[in-house]
Design a protein around this ligand. Structure first.
Ligand code: PNW
Length: 478
Protein backbone atom coordinates (compact mmCIF):
# COMPACT_ATOMS: atom_id res chain seq x y z
CA UNK A 1 0.00 0.00 0.00
CA UNK A 2 0.97 3.60 -0.32
CA UNK A 3 2.57 4.96 2.81
CA UNK A 4 0.62 7.22 5.10
CA UNK A 5 0.88 10.90 4.24
CA UNK A 6 1.76 10.09 0.64
CA UNK A 7 1.89 13.33 -1.32
CA UNK A 8 -0.47 13.44 -4.32
CA UNK A 9 0.41 16.49 -6.30
CA UNK A 10 0.58 18.26 -9.61
CA UNK A 11 3.15 20.78 -10.77
CA UNK A 12 3.58 23.99 -12.72
CA UNK A 13 6.32 26.58 -13.06
CA UNK A 14 6.25 30.36 -12.97
CA UNK A 15 7.24 31.24 -16.52
CA UNK A 16 5.03 28.51 -17.96
CA UNK A 17 1.80 29.71 -16.31
CA UNK A 18 1.99 33.18 -14.76
CA UNK A 19 2.10 35.67 -17.61
CA UNK A 20 2.24 39.21 -16.23
CA UNK A 21 5.77 39.38 -17.55
CA UNK A 22 6.03 43.09 -16.79
CA UNK A 23 3.23 43.41 -14.24
CA UNK A 24 3.71 45.36 -11.02
CA UNK A 25 7.46 45.80 -11.28
CA UNK A 26 8.59 42.34 -12.34
CA UNK A 27 12.03 42.35 -13.98
CA UNK A 28 12.73 40.48 -17.22
CA UNK A 29 14.08 36.93 -17.15
CA UNK A 30 16.17 35.09 -19.71
CA UNK A 31 13.01 33.41 -21.02
CA UNK A 32 11.41 36.81 -21.70
CA UNK A 33 14.50 37.74 -23.68
CA UNK A 34 14.79 34.37 -25.40
CA UNK A 35 11.17 34.45 -26.62
CA UNK A 36 11.17 38.09 -27.62
CA UNK A 37 14.56 38.30 -29.26
CA UNK A 38 15.93 34.94 -30.27
CA UNK A 39 13.06 33.52 -32.32
CA UNK A 40 13.74 29.97 -31.20
CA UNK A 41 10.27 29.06 -29.94
CA UNK A 42 7.54 27.31 -31.93
CA UNK A 43 5.49 29.90 -33.83
CA UNK A 44 7.42 32.73 -32.15
CA UNK A 45 5.20 32.22 -29.12
CA UNK A 46 6.07 33.46 -25.63
CA UNK A 47 4.97 33.38 -21.99
CA UNK A 48 3.87 37.04 -21.84
CA UNK A 49 0.33 35.96 -20.93
CA UNK A 50 0.13 32.13 -21.11
CA UNK A 51 -2.40 30.92 -18.44
CA UNK A 52 -2.30 34.37 -16.80
CA UNK A 53 -2.07 32.77 -13.38
CA UNK A 54 -0.75 36.08 -12.08
CA UNK A 55 -4.32 37.37 -12.38
CA UNK A 56 -6.28 34.13 -12.45
CA UNK A 57 -4.82 32.31 -9.47
CA UNK A 58 -8.30 31.57 -8.04
CA UNK A 59 -9.02 29.56 -11.17
CA UNK A 60 -5.92 27.45 -10.58
CA UNK A 61 -6.94 26.94 -6.99
CA UNK A 62 -10.33 25.66 -8.14
CA UNK A 63 -8.56 23.12 -10.36
CA UNK A 64 -6.35 22.02 -7.48
CA UNK A 65 -9.38 21.54 -5.27
CA UNK A 66 -11.33 19.73 -7.94
CA UNK A 67 -8.51 17.18 -8.21
CA UNK A 68 -8.31 16.78 -4.43
CA UNK A 69 -4.53 17.23 -4.44
CA UNK A 70 -2.73 17.02 -1.12
CA UNK A 71 0.26 18.96 -2.56
CA UNK A 72 0.84 21.56 -5.25
CA UNK A 73 4.27 22.17 -6.77
CA UNK A 74 4.85 25.70 -8.04
CA UNK A 75 7.92 27.80 -8.73
CA UNK A 76 8.73 31.36 -7.73
CA UNK A 77 9.83 33.83 -10.36
CA UNK A 78 13.14 35.20 -9.10
CA UNK A 79 12.73 38.33 -11.25
CA UNK A 80 9.19 38.92 -9.95
CA UNK A 81 10.49 38.96 -6.38
CA UNK A 82 13.88 40.58 -7.04
CA UNK A 83 13.64 42.44 -10.36
CA UNK A 84 17.41 42.90 -10.76
CA UNK A 85 18.18 39.56 -9.14
CA UNK A 86 19.57 41.05 -5.91
CA UNK A 87 18.00 41.62 -2.51
CA UNK A 88 18.86 45.32 -2.78
CA UNK A 89 15.53 45.79 -4.46
CA UNK A 90 12.50 43.76 -3.36
CA UNK A 91 9.27 43.88 -5.35
CA UNK A 92 6.58 43.85 -2.65
CA UNK A 93 3.83 43.12 -5.19
CA UNK A 94 5.63 39.90 -6.04
CA UNK A 95 5.89 38.98 -2.37
CA UNK A 96 2.15 39.66 -1.97
CA UNK A 97 1.30 37.47 -4.93
CA UNK A 98 3.14 34.42 -3.61
CA UNK A 99 1.95 35.04 -0.06
CA UNK A 100 -1.57 34.89 -1.33
CA UNK A 101 -0.96 31.68 -3.30
CA UNK A 102 0.67 29.99 -0.33
CA UNK A 103 -1.98 31.16 2.15
CA UNK A 104 -4.83 30.07 -0.12
CA UNK A 105 -3.29 26.63 -0.58
CA UNK A 106 -2.87 26.13 3.15
CA UNK A 107 -6.41 27.35 3.79
CA UNK A 108 -7.57 24.56 1.45
CA UNK A 109 -5.39 22.02 3.21
CA UNK A 110 -2.96 21.71 0.28
CA UNK A 111 0.77 21.74 1.04
CA UNK A 112 2.96 23.79 -1.26
CA UNK A 113 6.19 22.37 -2.67
CA UNK A 114 8.11 25.41 -3.85
CA UNK A 115 10.83 25.48 -6.50
CA UNK A 116 13.13 28.49 -6.29
CA UNK A 117 14.50 28.21 -9.79
CA UNK A 118 12.71 26.72 -12.79
CA UNK A 119 14.72 27.92 -15.84
CA UNK A 120 13.97 31.68 -15.48
CA UNK A 121 17.15 33.51 -14.45
CA UNK A 122 16.74 37.29 -14.03
CA UNK A 123 18.12 38.90 -17.20
CA UNK A 124 20.15 41.26 -14.98
CA UNK A 125 22.14 38.24 -13.75
CA UNK A 126 22.53 36.86 -17.26
CA UNK A 127 24.08 40.21 -18.12
CA UNK A 128 26.75 39.48 -15.50
CA UNK A 129 27.56 36.14 -17.13
CA UNK A 130 24.63 34.07 -15.91
CA UNK A 131 25.21 30.52 -14.70
CA UNK A 132 28.65 30.48 -16.31
CA UNK A 133 29.82 33.03 -13.79
CA UNK A 134 30.91 31.66 -10.38
CA UNK A 135 29.37 34.66 -8.59
CA UNK A 136 25.86 33.60 -9.54
CA UNK A 137 25.99 30.97 -6.78
CA UNK A 138 26.25 33.69 -4.12
CA UNK A 139 23.39 35.64 -5.69
CA UNK A 140 21.27 32.49 -5.72
CA UNK A 141 22.10 31.89 -2.08
CA UNK A 142 20.93 35.41 -1.14
CA UNK A 143 17.73 34.95 -3.15
CA UNK A 144 17.15 31.58 -1.45
CA UNK A 145 17.64 33.01 2.03
CA UNK A 146 15.22 35.79 1.16
CA UNK A 147 12.63 33.16 0.18
CA UNK A 148 13.21 30.97 3.25
CA UNK A 149 12.90 34.07 5.41
CA UNK A 150 9.76 35.32 3.67
CA UNK A 151 7.82 32.11 2.96
CA UNK A 152 9.51 29.39 5.03
CA UNK A 153 7.17 29.77 7.99
CA UNK A 154 4.55 28.14 5.71
CA UNK A 155 6.51 26.24 3.03
CA UNK A 156 8.01 22.96 4.22
CA UNK A 157 9.14 21.37 0.96
CA UNK A 158 11.71 23.23 -1.10
CA UNK A 159 13.37 22.50 -4.42
CA UNK A 160 16.32 24.79 -5.05
CA UNK A 161 16.92 24.17 -8.76
CA UNK A 162 14.78 22.29 -11.25
CA UNK A 163 16.60 20.04 -13.69
CA UNK A 164 20.12 21.45 -13.75
CA UNK A 165 20.82 18.95 -16.54
CA UNK A 166 18.19 20.52 -18.83
CA UNK A 167 19.30 24.09 -18.03
CA UNK A 168 22.93 23.27 -18.62
CA UNK A 169 22.57 21.17 -21.76
CA UNK A 170 19.57 22.68 -23.55
CA UNK A 171 20.42 26.25 -22.50
CA UNK A 172 24.20 26.27 -23.03
CA UNK A 173 25.16 23.33 -25.25
CA UNK A 174 22.20 22.69 -27.59
CA UNK A 175 20.83 26.23 -27.40
CA UNK A 176 17.11 25.47 -27.70
CA UNK A 177 16.38 26.84 -24.21
CA UNK A 178 17.30 30.26 -22.79
CA UNK A 179 19.89 31.74 -22.82
CA UNK A 180 20.35 29.98 -26.18
CA UNK A 181 24.11 29.35 -26.04
CA UNK A 182 25.75 26.64 -28.15
CA UNK A 183 29.17 26.44 -26.55
CA UNK A 184 29.67 22.77 -27.12
CA UNK A 185 31.60 20.60 -24.74
CA UNK A 186 32.45 23.32 -22.23
CA UNK A 187 29.73 25.69 -21.00
CA UNK A 188 27.25 23.03 -19.85
CA UNK A 189 29.79 21.52 -17.44
CA UNK A 190 30.60 24.93 -16.02
CA UNK A 191 26.91 25.82 -15.68
CA UNK A 192 26.13 22.48 -14.02
CA UNK A 193 28.99 23.08 -11.64
CA UNK A 194 27.79 26.54 -10.63
CA UNK A 195 24.25 25.21 -10.22
CA UNK A 196 25.53 22.55 -7.84
CA UNK A 197 27.52 25.17 -5.92
CA UNK A 198 24.45 27.42 -5.76
CA UNK A 199 22.24 24.56 -4.59
CA UNK A 200 24.72 23.52 -1.91
CA UNK A 201 25.08 27.07 -0.59
CA UNK A 202 21.31 27.41 -0.32
CA UNK A 203 20.97 24.03 1.41
CA UNK A 204 23.67 24.99 3.93
CA UNK A 205 21.96 28.32 4.57
CA UNK A 206 18.68 26.55 5.23
CA UNK A 207 20.41 23.99 7.38
CA UNK A 208 22.19 26.45 9.62
CA UNK A 209 19.76 29.37 9.71
CA UNK A 210 16.23 28.10 9.12
CA UNK A 211 15.90 24.37 9.68
CA UNK A 212 15.64 24.52 13.45
CA UNK A 213 12.69 26.91 13.39
CA UNK A 214 11.04 26.08 10.08
CA UNK A 215 11.51 22.29 10.08
CA UNK A 216 11.29 21.84 6.34
CA UNK A 217 13.22 19.80 3.78
CA UNK A 218 15.32 20.96 0.82
CA UNK A 219 16.47 19.18 -2.31
CA UNK A 220 17.05 19.72 -6.04
CA UNK A 221 14.95 18.13 -8.80
CA UNK A 222 16.91 15.82 -11.09
CA UNK A 223 15.57 14.62 -14.41
CA UNK A 224 16.56 11.32 -15.87
CA UNK A 225 15.33 8.85 -18.41
CA UNK A 226 15.79 5.17 -17.67
CA UNK A 227 18.61 3.89 -19.89
CA UNK A 228 19.13 0.26 -20.73
CA UNK A 229 21.50 -1.48 -23.14
CA UNK A 230 20.11 -2.16 -26.60
CA UNK A 231 21.75 -5.56 -26.49
CA UNK A 232 22.22 -6.62 -22.87
CA UNK A 233 24.74 -9.24 -23.98
CA UNK A 234 26.98 -6.70 -25.72
CA UNK A 235 29.56 -5.33 -23.36
CA UNK A 236 29.79 -2.02 -25.27
CA UNK A 237 26.05 -1.43 -25.02
CA UNK A 238 26.03 -2.19 -21.31
CA UNK A 239 28.87 0.27 -20.77
CA UNK A 240 27.10 2.90 -22.90
CA UNK A 241 23.90 2.65 -20.87
CA UNK A 242 25.90 3.02 -17.66
CA UNK A 243 27.65 6.03 -19.10
CA UNK A 244 24.35 7.61 -20.10
CA UNK A 245 23.03 7.20 -16.55
CA UNK A 246 26.25 8.72 -15.21
CA UNK A 247 26.03 11.72 -17.57
CA UNK A 248 22.36 12.36 -16.89
CA UNK A 249 21.47 11.46 -13.31
CA UNK A 250 24.94 10.76 -11.92
CA UNK A 251 26.29 14.16 -12.98
CA UNK A 252 24.28 15.76 -10.15
CA UNK A 253 23.31 12.84 -7.93
CA UNK A 254 26.80 11.49 -7.29
CA UNK A 255 28.14 14.76 -5.86
CA UNK A 256 25.05 15.31 -3.71
CA UNK A 257 24.27 11.77 -2.57
CA UNK A 258 27.42 9.62 -2.64
CA UNK A 259 30.86 11.08 -3.17
CA UNK A 260 30.87 14.87 -3.21
CA UNK A 261 32.34 14.63 -6.72
CA UNK A 262 31.29 13.76 -10.25
CA UNK A 263 31.06 10.10 -11.26
CA UNK A 264 34.44 8.67 -12.20
CA UNK A 265 32.86 7.33 -15.41
CA UNK A 266 32.02 10.88 -16.43
CA UNK A 267 35.43 12.32 -15.60
CA UNK A 268 37.26 9.60 -17.48
CA UNK A 269 34.98 9.78 -20.54
CA UNK A 270 35.50 13.55 -20.80
CA UNK A 271 39.23 13.21 -20.30
CA UNK A 272 39.47 10.54 -23.00
CA UNK A 273 37.71 12.76 -25.53
CA UNK A 274 39.77 15.80 -24.58
CA UNK A 275 42.94 13.83 -25.21
CA UNK A 276 41.65 12.49 -28.51
CA UNK A 277 40.98 16.04 -29.60
CA UNK A 278 44.49 17.07 -28.63
CA UNK A 279 43.77 18.78 -25.32
CA UNK A 280 45.59 17.47 -22.31
CA UNK A 281 44.13 16.95 -18.86
CA UNK A 282 40.61 17.25 -17.58
CA UNK A 283 39.99 20.97 -17.79
CA UNK A 284 36.37 20.88 -18.96
CA UNK A 285 34.70 19.26 -15.98
CA UNK A 286 35.51 21.54 -13.03
CA UNK A 287 36.75 20.34 -9.64
CA UNK A 288 34.96 21.24 -6.44
CA UNK A 289 36.91 23.77 -4.42
CA UNK A 290 37.67 23.40 -0.72
CA UNK A 291 36.65 27.02 -0.33
CA UNK A 292 33.03 26.21 -1.20
CA UNK A 293 30.67 24.53 1.26
CA UNK A 294 30.68 20.76 0.73
CA UNK A 295 28.25 19.32 -1.83
CA UNK A 296 27.90 15.88 -0.28
CA UNK A 297 24.78 15.48 1.84
CA UNK A 298 23.00 18.59 0.58
CA UNK A 299 19.62 16.95 -0.10
CA UNK A 300 17.00 15.99 2.46
CA UNK A 301 15.19 13.80 -0.09
CA UNK A 302 15.60 12.67 -3.70
CA UNK A 303 13.42 14.61 -6.17
CA UNK A 304 13.06 12.82 -9.50
CA UNK A 305 11.53 14.05 -12.74
CA UNK A 306 10.88 11.04 -14.96
CA UNK A 307 9.34 11.10 -18.42
CA UNK A 308 10.69 8.33 -20.62
CA UNK A 309 13.25 5.62 -21.35
CA UNK A 310 15.91 4.92 -23.96
CA UNK A 311 17.79 1.93 -25.30
CA UNK A 312 21.47 2.72 -25.64
CA UNK A 313 24.15 1.40 -27.96
CA UNK A 314 27.77 2.31 -28.30
CA UNK A 315 29.20 4.80 -30.74
CA UNK A 316 27.25 7.03 -33.08
CA UNK A 317 29.35 10.11 -32.60
CA UNK A 318 30.20 12.61 -34.20
CA UNK A 319 32.08 15.35 -36.02
CA UNK A 320 35.42 16.95 -35.33
CA UNK A 321 34.38 19.21 -32.48
CA UNK A 322 34.24 18.84 -28.73
CA UNK A 323 30.70 18.24 -27.52
CA UNK A 324 28.79 16.56 -24.74
CA UNK A 325 27.47 14.11 -27.28
CA UNK A 326 31.01 13.19 -28.17
CA UNK A 327 31.93 12.79 -24.48
CA UNK A 328 28.94 10.54 -23.93
CA UNK A 329 29.91 8.41 -26.93
CA UNK A 330 26.62 6.54 -26.96
CA UNK A 331 23.59 6.46 -29.17
CA UNK A 332 20.05 6.49 -27.80
CA UNK A 333 17.30 4.69 -29.66
CA UNK A 334 13.65 3.98 -29.06
CA UNK A 335 12.32 0.49 -28.69
CA UNK A 336 9.73 0.08 -31.48
CA UNK A 337 7.35 -1.57 -29.01
CA UNK A 338 7.10 1.62 -26.92
CA UNK A 339 4.13 3.82 -27.85
CA UNK A 340 4.87 7.50 -28.48
CA UNK A 341 2.92 10.29 -26.77
CA UNK A 342 2.32 13.60 -28.51
CA UNK A 343 6.01 14.45 -28.53
CA UNK A 344 8.54 12.44 -30.49
CA UNK A 345 10.99 12.21 -27.56
CA UNK A 346 8.35 11.08 -25.14
CA UNK A 347 7.93 7.31 -25.51
CA UNK A 348 5.52 5.87 -22.97
CA UNK A 349 7.52 3.51 -20.75
CA UNK A 350 5.94 3.26 -17.30
CA UNK A 351 8.04 0.25 -16.28
CA UNK A 352 11.16 2.37 -16.84
CA UNK A 353 10.11 4.44 -13.84
CA UNK A 354 10.03 1.36 -11.62
CA UNK A 355 13.50 0.35 -12.78
CA UNK A 356 14.87 3.84 -12.25
CA UNK A 357 13.38 3.99 -8.75
CA UNK A 358 15.00 0.68 -7.86
CA UNK A 359 18.30 1.92 -9.31
CA UNK A 360 18.11 5.07 -7.17
CA UNK A 361 17.35 2.99 -4.09
CA UNK A 362 20.37 0.76 -4.72
CA UNK A 363 22.91 3.33 -5.88
CA UNK A 364 22.04 6.39 -3.80
CA UNK A 365 21.61 4.74 -0.40
CA UNK A 366 17.87 4.22 -0.27
CA UNK A 367 16.75 7.85 -0.04
CA UNK A 368 13.23 9.11 0.48
CA UNK A 369 12.01 9.84 -3.05
CA UNK A 370 9.46 12.28 -4.37
CA UNK A 371 8.57 11.88 -8.03
CA UNK A 372 8.38 15.61 -8.68
CA UNK A 373 7.36 15.37 -12.35
CA UNK A 374 5.86 12.75 -14.62
CA UNK A 375 3.43 13.33 -17.45
CA UNK A 376 2.11 12.75 -20.92
CA UNK A 377 1.96 15.17 -23.84
CA UNK A 378 -0.84 15.66 -26.32
CA UNK A 379 -0.55 17.47 -29.63
CA UNK A 380 -3.13 18.18 -32.28
CA UNK A 381 -6.86 18.67 -32.00
CA UNK A 382 -8.58 19.15 -28.67
CA UNK A 383 -9.28 15.85 -26.95
CA UNK A 384 -11.02 16.30 -23.63
CA UNK A 385 -11.57 12.54 -23.58
CA UNK A 386 -7.84 11.84 -23.45
CA UNK A 387 -7.98 8.08 -22.99
CA UNK A 388 -4.32 7.53 -23.84
CA UNK A 389 -3.26 9.82 -21.04
CA UNK A 390 -5.65 8.06 -18.64
CA UNK A 391 -3.97 4.77 -19.47
CA UNK A 392 -0.60 6.43 -19.02
CA UNK A 393 -1.37 7.62 -15.49
CA UNK A 394 -2.94 4.35 -14.43
CA UNK A 395 -0.05 2.23 -15.62
CA UNK A 396 2.59 4.61 -14.31
CA UNK A 397 1.04 4.79 -10.87
CA UNK A 398 0.75 1.00 -10.76
CA UNK A 399 4.50 0.82 -11.48
CA UNK A 400 5.05 3.14 -8.52
CA UNK A 401 2.94 0.77 -6.40
CA UNK A 402 5.19 -2.14 -7.47
CA UNK A 403 8.32 -0.13 -6.69
CA UNK A 404 7.02 0.51 -3.19
CA UNK A 405 5.51 -2.87 -2.43
CA UNK A 406 7.79 -5.29 -4.26
CA UNK A 407 11.09 -3.43 -4.46
CA UNK A 408 10.85 -1.64 -1.14
CA UNK A 409 11.60 1.77 -2.63
CA UNK A 410 10.87 4.62 -0.27
CA UNK A 411 8.59 6.73 -2.50
CA UNK A 412 6.86 9.49 -0.56
CA UNK A 413 5.01 11.40 -3.24
CA UNK A 414 3.96 11.67 -6.87
CA UNK A 415 3.45 14.93 -8.78
CA UNK A 416 1.78 14.83 -12.17
CA UNK A 417 3.10 17.26 -14.74
CA UNK A 418 1.14 19.40 -15.21
CA UNK A 419 -1.85 20.87 -13.41
CA UNK A 420 -2.92 22.52 -16.65
CA UNK A 421 -1.80 23.08 -20.23
CA UNK A 422 0.85 25.78 -20.36
CA UNK A 423 3.80 27.27 -22.23
CA UNK A 424 5.91 24.24 -23.07
CA UNK A 425 9.27 26.01 -23.57
CA UNK A 426 10.65 25.59 -27.10
CA UNK A 427 7.39 23.92 -28.14
CA UNK A 428 5.29 26.91 -27.11
CA UNK A 429 1.60 26.06 -26.88
CA UNK A 430 1.77 23.28 -29.46
CA UNK A 431 2.10 20.62 -26.78
CA UNK A 432 -0.35 20.04 -23.92
CA UNK A 433 0.66 18.34 -20.67
CA UNK A 434 -2.28 19.44 -18.50
CA UNK A 435 -4.78 17.62 -16.36
CA UNK A 436 -6.89 20.65 -17.25
CA UNK A 437 -7.30 22.00 -20.74
CA UNK A 438 -6.65 25.73 -21.11
CA UNK A 439 -8.37 27.59 -23.93
CA UNK A 440 -5.56 29.84 -25.11
CA UNK A 441 -7.67 31.25 -27.93
CA UNK A 442 -10.31 32.71 -25.62
CA UNK A 443 -9.87 35.86 -23.56
CA UNK A 444 -11.06 34.01 -20.44
CA UNK A 445 -8.33 31.37 -20.69
CA UNK A 446 -10.88 28.99 -19.25
CA UNK A 447 -9.72 25.77 -17.60
CA UNK A 448 -11.64 22.54 -18.33
CA UNK A 449 -10.85 19.23 -16.73
CA UNK A 450 -9.68 16.44 -19.03
CA UNK A 451 -10.86 12.91 -18.54
CA UNK A 452 -7.32 12.20 -17.23
CA UNK A 453 -7.88 14.87 -14.57
CA UNK A 454 -11.05 13.09 -13.44
CA UNK A 455 -9.17 9.80 -13.47
CA UNK A 456 -6.33 11.19 -11.37
CA UNK A 457 -8.74 12.68 -8.86
CA UNK A 458 -10.44 9.28 -8.57
CA UNK A 459 -7.10 7.65 -7.82
CA UNK A 460 -6.43 10.27 -5.15
CA UNK A 461 -9.81 9.89 -3.51
CA UNK A 462 -9.44 6.10 -3.50
CA UNK A 463 -6.10 6.56 -1.78
CA UNK A 464 -7.76 8.75 0.80
CA UNK A 465 -10.40 6.13 1.52
CA UNK A 466 -7.73 3.38 1.43
CA UNK A 467 -6.03 5.19 4.28
CA UNK A 468 -9.10 4.37 6.27
CA UNK A 469 -8.64 0.66 5.63
CA UNK A 470 -9.58 -0.20 2.04
CA UNK A 471 -7.03 -2.39 0.20
CA UNK A 472 -6.03 -2.45 -3.46
CA UNK A 473 -7.24 1.01 -4.27
CA UNK A 474 -6.17 0.91 -7.91
CA UNK A 475 -8.89 -1.69 -8.51
CA UNK A 476 -12.27 -0.37 -9.40
CA UNK A 477 -14.08 -2.23 -6.66
CA UNK A 478 -12.23 -0.46 -3.89
C1 PNW B 1 10.71 19.45 -17.88
N1 PNW B 1 13.68 17.77 -23.35
O1 PNW B 1 11.50 20.02 -18.85
C2 PNW B 1 10.38 20.68 -17.09
O2 PNW B 1 10.75 20.62 -15.74
C3 PNW B 1 9.00 21.18 -17.29
O3 PNW B 1 9.02 22.56 -17.09
C4 PNW B 1 8.48 20.79 -18.65
O4 PNW B 1 7.24 21.37 -18.93
C5 PNW B 1 8.41 19.27 -18.68
O5 PNW B 1 9.68 18.69 -18.42
C6 PNW B 1 7.88 18.68 -19.97
O6 PNW B 1 8.79 18.88 -21.02
C7 PNW B 1 12.00 19.42 -19.95
O7 PNW B 1 13.60 18.40 -24.42
C8 PNW B 1 12.05 20.14 -21.12
O8 PNW B 1 14.25 16.66 -23.25
C9 PNW B 1 12.61 19.61 -22.25
C10 PNW B 1 13.10 18.32 -22.19
C11 PNW B 1 13.04 17.58 -21.02
C12 PNW B 1 12.50 18.13 -19.90
Amino acid sequence: MFPRDFAWGAGTSAYQIEGGWQADGKGPSIWDTFCHEKGGVFGNQNGDVTCNSYELWEKDLECIQQLGLTHYRLSLSWARLLPDGTTRNVNQKGVQYYNRVIDDLLACNVSPMVTLYHFDLPQAIQNLGGWKSPGVATLFDSYSKFCFQTFGDRVKLWITINEPHVCARLGHEVGIHAPGLKEKGTAAYLVGHNMLRAHAMAWHSYNSEYRATQKGAVSLALNSDWFEPLDPLRHEDVASAERDLAFTLGWFAWPVFITGDYPELMRSAIETQSKMMGYSGNWRLPRFSKEDPPILGTADFFALNYYTSRKVKSGGCCGQMLSMKRDLDAEEVLDPSWPISGMSWLAVVPHGLRKLLKYIKDVFNNPTIYITENGFAQVGPLQIEDVERCKFYRSTISEVVKAIEEDGVNVRGYFAWSLMDNFEWADGFSVRFGLFHVDFSGAELSRTIYRSGREYSKIISKYKSAQSGCQGFLDDDC
